[in-house]
Ligand binder design. Structure first.
Ligand SMILES: CC(C)(COP(=O)(O)OP(=O)(O)OC[C@H]1O[C@@H](n2cnc3c(N)ncnc32)[C@H](O)[C@@H]1OP(=O)(O)O)[C@@H](O)C(=O)NCCC(=O)NCCS
Length: 174
């Protein structure tokens, strides 16, 4: 059972099939995808969000190996403004994106609080690791603000091509 979180300005709800049309609207923009893992298809297909929800996110949530939340403001019938995710497999445990009109307003920093607490307190994970492009300034700022640090650097293929990257880490103790 994936919980719903409420923060000062945001409502984080477990992702569902009904979110696919809004994801399809907000997600496929170059500024959003360019620093994401190359597994994201680009150009983004017309059924990209429906495929992601139905074939990737929801089965993983049912298996208990990943957790995805839609991000909305509190207002009634507010649109989906982004998605934040945790995954127990691989070496990138937390991912997020915010739609272009809502970037730079501190929303992801705010969404990371309950989601990171869920990782350590509820899922009882010893360490949170995330691979980031060195050029992803906004994402790096979010991690720095949370006290994360780079433990390894390498080159990784992102949607925008190969880039210098870092493995960011935050331990349970930290
Ligand atoms: C990364 C991302 C989710 C940040 O979301 P956001 O809600 O705009 O982030 P916040 O408003 O909480 O800002 C976090 C910090 O980044 C800074 N920032 C935001 N947008 C920025 C930009 N375009 N350039 C430089 N800094 C930026 C903010 O000023 C803030 O810095 P501060 O902590 O010093 O105040 C958003 O830019 C995004 O969706 N990017 C595309 C997807 C992506 O790259 N996801 C992460 C993959 S690792």
């Amino acid at each position: 059972m994936v919980p719903t979180f409420t923060t000062r300005r945001l409502l984080l709800q477990p992702l569902g099939m009904a979110d696919a049309p809004e994801i399809q609207l907000q997600f496929p923009h170059w500024q959003i995808v360019r620093h994401l893992d190359e597994v994201v298809p680009w150009p983004y297909p017309q059924n990209g969000a429906a495929f992601f929800c139905q074939q990737v996110a929801l089965p993983a949530m049912q298996q208990g190996v990943a957790f995805h939340w839609s991000i909305r403001l509190h207002q009634a019938s507010a649109p989906l403004i982004g998605v934040i995710s945790l995954t127990l497999t691989g070496e990138s445990h937390r991912g997020f994106w915010i739609g272009l009109p809502w970037q730079g307003l501190g929303y992801v920093t705010e969404a990371c609080e309950p989601v990171t607490a869920y990782w350590f307190d509820d899922l009882q994970q010893p360490v949170l690791r995330i691979t980031k492009s060195a050029g992803n300034v906004a994402s790096r700022r979010v991690s720095l603000r949370q006290g994360m640090r780079v433990v390894r650097t390498f080159t990784r293929r992102f949607v925008g091509g190969p880039e210098p990257a870092g493995l960011w880490e935050l331990t349970r103790h930290e």
